[in-house]
Every structure is written in structure tokens, then in C-alpha cells.
Design a protein around this ligand. Structure first.
Ligand code: 26V
Length: 813
């Protein structure tokens, strides 16, 4: 980026405001300043964007495409300024002009184009791809409505639509000239050609236009700008129609509306797969437009035939949601490009790679075969053929697996099993943390692992340290740079040098001051949003993530109730004041999760207003948890609650973000917690509860009885009875669902089983916190080891082990 002086930048902002708003800077609103800055920055980015594209084309390097139904990119102004190397001078210029930079950055709408971990991971990956100089781009959907906005009314979650495009979106460019046509429904005709091969033609399909919007992905101070392409669904233009019948149909408003619905809203349920037709349309819409575009780009940039595609393209599919990329690529290669099955299959299975993000059976995707057949007849035909060849191959080549065919077949029980399709049609299948991959290999996908042992691999998740440390915690970042130099910014593993200072009192004091400042800042935000005063000297105990039974917010709230009961019994209880901070959205149809939200709010309102508690306990449930709120909470966390039922959380990434900001993890041996423990050692993390083996053993053999615990642990009995008798509710019926769910369904997530170990480990936490020197040492040890969890490491592993690519300037100096 051309580097300006503060004065030059100031003049540019002033000029922009005059040209675009016809006013002097002193009369400009924060919103106008935001607009001016974004527009200046886009102009700066444009040049490098163009250069990057030309460079990629010139050197004909391999391109990586990350296909995802979700991208949770967060706000972009501040992070783009940072990556362009303009953040510091912009902050100075704004302050000189009398504006508060933070207020201006906060004006940007946070695009909620994802549910949680899976969508945020996609965004971290794009940041790392560009920052490490890899030619890697994203394809997704430009939903008109992002994830709902959450409000609490009488403690209940209310969902409001998130029309995030209301004021326009500064970072996108509509590329109408690159529109593509997507076909749904219709009938497929099969012809025999003279050469004996088959030819397929489609008739009477419903056509939908896919218009791409480009968003620049700015690499960290390296002039690389990659592209995130988001597709928007629109009706076909009149002039592209072939018959008057078609014209009349497309002029029908209902019809137009049903087309726009395809990119209308993000599905807010990441807990259950419910097999809705619109969701299937969305998936095919993403897949067909992206694959068509990828093929077009390949043809434009290379003179070689599509048999070379695997040398020049890898497509990573983010969970099974885009798994129809496999039959879609087959379709284009065969029906449009004229290849026979075997060549098309060879190309496809060398291009597609699949990442699995969950083993929860409720979330595994299957589609009723009739639905798929009707909506996408040609795609269904191809899936049938893939299935048939797959099953025949097992029968003849792998007789040891013959009996397993019913559990492995892609089409079985009238359903199309998308994970099976993704495994069969790809060259790589990866899990997202070591334990998760092991569970895939040895349990959930074990027969596939027997069949394709080399296909399975692990890529432990990561987070971009540029957003999650450098941007969100500038004071800590400056302190780190002061003591170990700036190397860590480009090589986050260098954070390990902090170990040398983990006992250095003067450094620890400075670290303490930074943490306190961040806590005070969060306390201010809490006060401003909720009116509740929190003591920044109390322990900030944080659980922020989607609300799911397996994540066990319930275990956390049971402990809070237990502490509350202890204080009521003994108002002089000696304890360090605690502030519990929650952030969580529940899927709108997830009844039990919504009950838990209501319960947390109820406990909060009782605890926060009970004079007996005298500031020992505060419970804060912040509304509308999203990326921006996470950015405010994480730098202030003392404790990071990662307490899922072991074996259920594939990886988790909040655990990494909080560790990187010096919070200590209280966690089960699940997901990436295990790898965090391996690095920092048992002394620097608080591990408790059942192991994955134990959980799986109970699930397979029985032997756990929740009622026994209810009958023997008085604390547990009291808490559950409080729920049952309505002590936490106005009405008797409130929270009875939770009570019965635990006791009559034998507590499927082992909340009661892990209750005592959870209380116990927190006694250790409290002891540790009393010795501030030790605590700070533990925090710094965590930060020092957090470099491994930069998504730079993850992306380097995808690059070398799956995609076989090198950074552009390394391979072509
Ligand atoms: C599932 C579904 C089911 C159908 C309806 C829409 C929908 C949307 C999202 C999902 C994804 C569930 C899987 C998921 O989010 N997994 C999370 O992925 C994170 C990144 O790898 C990982 O850290 C979390 O542990 C894992 O739960």
C-alpha cells in the first residue's frame, strides 16, 4: 500500500467528505466519516487487487477455492486498515480531527452470514490464505438476512430479522457481467450419440440467475488481495427468456419472490438437519454457480485441457453443505465438456477435498431421495451412478466390507447420505482436531477408513491472531512486541519467546495492568448495555458460544446456582467475587436451548438483585452474541469455559481465542482443549470430567444413572428441586422441562455426572487465582503457547498436505 503521512491522510479524508457529502469535515457525522474512510480504503485496495489477479494469471499458479454456506467475516474497516498498514495513522488522523476511531469502526454492521464456529473458521482461513500469500478464495451466499438479532424480553429469546444491507455494504462490488444461470427441476432427456456415448439434455427447467458480489480479502501488509465471492439469486432477465410462457411465469411476483428467497436468509439452526427444500436449493445454488465459475476461470486462464484441472485447482468443501460440488463437477465435465465417466470421475476426485465439523448424528445431512430427484434430476442421476459404482466396487474388490454396504451406501433408506457422498467423491477427508479425527477414523467413519486409509487426515483448527490478538487487544500486542520484538506478528509461533518472561515480575505487572484495563472496558460496555455495574477486580468467568445441550451451559448455570445457595446459607462465605459472562444464541426452534437461556436470565435477575449476595456474584448475559461482541469480551476474560461433554465438540475455536488473550481454560478433555493441554501442561489448565472413552463407554454399555446422583448429591437435588418447584420461575411450569429432561432421559450429556468434578476444579481455580503471581505466570504461559493455534499454522498444513501448494512469491520469486 502507498504509505501516507498523517497529514496526507487527513487531507484525503477532508477531501472525500467535501466531494461525497458536500460539507466541511467539522460538520461531518461519524457515519459520513465511516463512509469516507471505507471508500478511500477500497480505492487503495483496488490497485493491489488487480495486481494480485494479474500475477496469479501470469504465473498460472494453483488456485484454492473454499466453498462454504457460511462466512462470518466480522467488521472489516479496522481489520482492513490494519492489514493495509494504515491503522495507526488513521487512528491518529481521526483523533486529530476530533473523532473517536472506536465509535466510527463500531458503526459498521457485523455481517452475520454464519451460525458459529464453522463460519468463523472460514473467515479466519481466508485471512490466513491472503496473509501467507496463497492463491485461495472463498465462495458463499450473499444472504439478504443474516443470522437473527437476539433480544431478551422477560428473559426469553426473541428473534428479529437481521437486514444487514439496509445502508448498503461498503466492501462489496456487484459483478453483473459475471452472472450465471442455475437450473432447477425440469426433465432430463438421454440420447445415444453416433459414437455410442450418451448425451443428456435438460428441458423445462426453472432458471435462476446467480450474481456474484466480490469482497476483497486483504493480506497482512503484503499487497495480496484475494477474493470472497458471494452469490445472490435473482430472476432471469426478460431478454434471456425463450418463450412467452416463460416470460409470463417470471413476471409473476410470487415466482420472483421464490427465486429471491434462495439467497434470502441464512438457516439459523446448526443443531439439527431438518431436510428443508429451500436449504437444498441454497446448497445447489452455491455449488452450481461456484463450480461453473471455477471452470470458466480455469478455461480463461489456461490453454490446457480440463484433465489438468487437479494441477491447477483444489476445492475444499466446508462440511457436507456444499457436497453437491461432486456431482455438479461431474455433470459439467460430462454433459457440457463431453468427457466420459471415468475421466470425469478421475478429475473430480482429485479436485475435491472435504472437511468434517461434527459427529453429532442430528446434524449429519441426508436428503430424501425423492426431493433431490425432483429438484435436481440430473444431479440425482449422477449420485445414483456414483452409488452404484461404489457399492459394486466394495462387493467385488473389498469382500471384507460386503456386509457393511447398507451402512456405507450413499443412497440408503430412501435418503441420500451427504457425508458418504463427500468421502467417496474426494481425495481428502479431514477432521478439525486430533481427537475428532480419531473418532471419525475409529468410530463414526470407521468402515470408510478401512476402505480409504490414506484419505483421512487431521487439520486442527486455528484462528487468525491478526484479528484475535493484534486487532482486538492492541495493548497486549504492544506489550508483547515491546518485550520480544515484532517477529511474532508474522510468525505467531515466536510467541513462545514470552516463556522467558513468564516469571519476570515487571512484565507480569504490566500484563496485569493490561488485563485490568480490558476488564474495565468490558465492565463499561456491560453497564452501558444492561445497566449492571460489575467489579473489574472480580474474576471474569466467560462462556460464549452457541447454545447447545452438548456445550453444557446448563452445567455452568448449575454451578452458579450452587454458589448462590452456598452464599445464602453462609452470607460470610469467603470467596473471590465472580462475574459470569454469557453470550449465546439458540436456534429458534430448539426448545430446550431456549429454556436454558431463560434460566440463565432468571438466575441473573435473582442473583444480581439479592442484597445477601453483596457483590460476590454477578451474572451477565449479553444479548446478541456475535463476532463484534466476542471481540469486546475475549480480551477481558480471566476464565474460558470449554466444558462440552467429552467427544462432542469437534474442536472449538473460542478456546484458542481466549487462551491467546491470556485466559485460563476450565475444560473437559474434548476437541482442541486436549491439544491446548498438551502444550501448556496440566499445571496451566484446569481439566475435569469424563473422558471421551468414558462417555462413549457409558453410551454403548449403559451404567450411568442420573437419578442416583440426584438422590445422593444434596447440592444437585436442591438445584433440580429449585427448578421443579418454580423457585426460579413465576410459574410452576417454568424449567420443569429441564428437570424432566435430565431425570427422565437419564441426562444424555452427563451434566450431573460432571457436576462434582466441575465444582472441585473450580476450587482449584479459586486457589490459583488467590496467588496472583502464579496466575499471571499461567496466563503468560498460555499466550506463549498459543502461536500453534494461529490459523496460519492450520492453513500451512492444508497447503502442504492437502492442496500441495506454495506461497505465490516463494514458488515464483
Ligand atoms: C449444521 C447445520 C445443519 C443443517 C442446517 C444448517 C446447519 C448449519 C451449520 C451446521 C454446522 C454444524 C457443525 C459446526 O458448526 N461445527 C463446529 O465447527 C467448528 C469449526 O470446525 C468447530 O470448532 C466446532 O467444534 C464445531 O461444533
Amino acid at each position: 500500500m502507498p504509505q501516507f503521512t498523517v497529514n496526507e491522510l487527513t487531507e484525503k479524508i477532508k477531501h472525500k467528505i467535501i466531494v461525497e457529502n458536500q460539507k466541511d469535515i467539522k460538520d461531518a457525522s461519524n457515519k459520513e466519516i465511516y463512509g469516507a474512510l471505507a471508500s478511500l480504503l477500497i480505492e487503495e485496495i483496488q490497485y493491489n487487487w488487480d495486481t494480485t489477479n494479474k500475477k496469479y494469471k501470469e504465473i498460472e499458479c494453483k488456485q484454492i477455492y473454499y466453498l462454504s454456506m457460511e462466512f462470518l467475516i466480522g467488521r472489516l474497516l479496522e481489520s482492513n486498515l490494519l492489514n493495509c498498514g494504515l491503522l495507526d495513522i488513521t487512528n491518529i488522523a481521526l483523533k486529530n480531527l476530533g473523532f473517536d476511531p472506536e465509535q466510527i469502526y463500531a458503526l459498521e454492521r457485523d455481517p452475520g452470514l454464519g451460525n458459529g464456529g464453522l463460519g468463523r473458521l472460514a473467515a479466519c482461513f481466508l485471512d490466513s490464505l491472503a496473509s501467507l500469500e496463497y492463491a485461495g478464495h472463498g465462495y458463499g451466499i450473499r444472504y439478504q438476512y443474516g443470522l437473527f438479532e437476539q433480544r431478551f424480553i422477560h428473559g426469553n429469546q426473541i428473534e428479529l430479522p437481521d437486514y444487514w444491507l439496509n445502508d448498503g455494504y461498503a466492501w462489496e462490488t456487484r459483478k453483473e457481467e459475471e452472472s450465471l444461470c442455475i437450473h432447477f427441476n425440469g426433465i432430463v432427456h438421454m440420447f445415444k450419440k453416433n459414437d455410442g456415448n450418451l448425451e443428456f439434455k435438460y428441458e423445462n427447467t426453472d432458471k435462476v440467475m446467480a450474481i456474484p458480489y466480490y469482497i476483497p480479502i486483504v493480506g497482512y501488509q503484503n499487497k495480496i488481495i484475494n477474493t470472497l465471492r458471494l452469490w445472490s439469486a435473482e430472476p432471469v432477465l426478460n431478454e434471456k427468456m425463450n418463450s412467452t410462457k416463460e416470460v409470463t411465469r417470471y413476471q409473476d411476483l410470487n415466482h420472483q419472490h421464490s427465486i429471491e428467497q434462495i439467497s434470502g436468509f441464512l438457516y439459523p439452526d446448526d443443531s439439527t438437519h431438518d431436510g428443508k427444500l429451500l436449504r437444498l436449493k441454497q446448497q445447489y445454488f452455491l455449488v452450481s454457480s461456484s463450480i461453473q465459475h471455477i471452470i470458466q476461470t480455469f478455461k480463461r486462464n489456461h490453454s490446457s485441457s480440463l484433465t489438468c484441472l487437479p494441477e491447477k485447482v483444489a476445492i475444499q468443501i466446508n462440511d457436507t453443505h456444499p457436497s453437491m460440488a461432486i456431482p455438479e463437477l461431474m455433470r459439467i465435465l460430462m454433459d457440457d465438456e463431453g468427457y466420459g465417466w471415468d475421466i470425469a470421475w478421475d478429475i473430480t476426485t482429485k479436485v475435491i477435498a472435504y472437511t468434517n465439523h461434527t459427529t453429532l448424528s442430528e446434524a449429519l445431512e441426508t436428503w430424501p431421495k425423492e426431493m433431490l430427484n425432483q429438484l435436481l434430476p440430473r444431479i440425482y442421476m449422477i449420485i445414483e451412478e456414483i452409488n452404484e459404482r461404489f457399492c459394486i466396487n466394495i462387493w467385488y474388490e473389498h469382500p471384507n466390507l460386503r456386509e457393511r454396504i447398507p451402512e456405507m451406501a450413499i443412497i440408503a433408506d430412501n435418503q441420500v447420505h451427504m457425508a458418504r457422498l463427500a468421502i467417496v467423491g474426494s481425495f481428502s477427508v479431514n477432521g478439525v482436531a486430533r481427537i475428532h479425527t480419531e473418532i471419525l477414523k475409529n468410530k463414526e467413519m470407521k468402515h470408510f477408513y478401512t476402505l480409504y486409509p490414506d484419505r483421512f487426515n487431521n487439520k486442527t483448527n486455528g484462528i487468525t491472531h491478526r484479528r484475535w490478538l493484534l486487532k482486538v487487544n492492541p495493548e497486549l500486542s504492544n506489550l508483547i512486541t515491546e518485550i520480544i520484538g515484532p517477529e511474532w506478528i508474522r510468525r505467531p509461533k515466536q510467541l513462545i519467546s514470552l516463556i522467558k518472561y513468564s516469571k519476570d515480575r515487571s512484565f507480569l505487572e504490566k500484563f496485569y495492568d493490561v488485563k485490568q484495563k480490558n476488564k474495565q472496558k468490558l465492565a463499561n460496555l456491560v453497564h452501558q448495555r444492561t445497566g449492571i455495574l460489575v467489579d473489574h477486580q472480580s474474576i471474569f468467568d466467560v462462556q460464549i458460544k452457541r447454545l447447545h445441550e452438548y456445550k453444557r451451559q446448563l452445567l455452568n448455570i448449575f454451578r452458579i446456582i450452587s454458589i448462590y445457595n452456598d452464599i445464602k446459607n453462609n452470607p460470610n462465605l469467603d470467596m473471590i467475587p465472580r462475574t459470569f459472562i454469557f453470550g449465546a444464541k439458540a436456534a429458534p426452534s430448539y426448545h430446550l436451548a431456549k429454556e436454558v437461556i431463560k434460566l440463565i436470565n432468571k438466575v441473573a435477575s435473582i442473583v444480581n438483585h439479592d442484597p445477601d449476595i453483596r457483590g460476590k456474584l454477578k451474572v451477565i448475559f449479553l444479548e446478541n452474541y456475535n463476532v463484534s461482541l466476542a471481540e469486546n469480551i475475549i480480551p477481558a476474560a480471566d476464565i474460558s469455559e470449554q466444558i462440552s461433554t467429552a467427544s462432542k465438540e469437534a474442536s472449538g475455536t473460542g478456546n484458542m481465542k481466549m487462551m491467546m488473550n491470556g485466559a485460563l481454560t476450565v475444560g473437559t478433555l474434548d476437541g482442541a482443549n486436549i491439544e491446548i493441554r498438551d502444550l501448556v501442561g496440566d499445571k496451566n489448565i484446569f481439566i475435569f470430567g469424563l473422558t471421551a472413552e468414558e462417555v462413549i463407554h457409558y453410551q454403548q454399555n449403559g451404567g450411568y444413572n442420573a437419578v442416583d446422583i440426584y438422590n445422593t448429591d444434596e447440592r444437585v437435588k436442591r438445584i433440580l428441586d429449585q427448578l421443579h418447584h418454580g423457585e426460579f420461575g413465576k410459574h410452576d411450569i417454568e424449567f420443569k422441562d429441564i428437570y424432566y429432561h435430565i431425570l427422565s432421559h437419564n441426562d444424555p450429556y452427563f451434566v450431573l455426572k460432571d457436576f462434582d468434578p466441575f465444582i472441585e476444579i473450580h476450587n482449584f481455580v479459586e486457589q490459583a487465582y488467590r496467588d496472583q503471581f502464579t496466575w499471571l505466570q499461567m496466563s503468560v504461559t498460555n499466550i506463549a503457547h498459543s502461536g500453534k493455534f494461529s490459523s496460519d499454522r492450520t492453513i500451512q498444513q492444508y497447503a502442504s498436505e492437502i492442496w500441495k501448494i506454495k506461497p505465490v512469491y516463494e514458488s515464483y520469486p
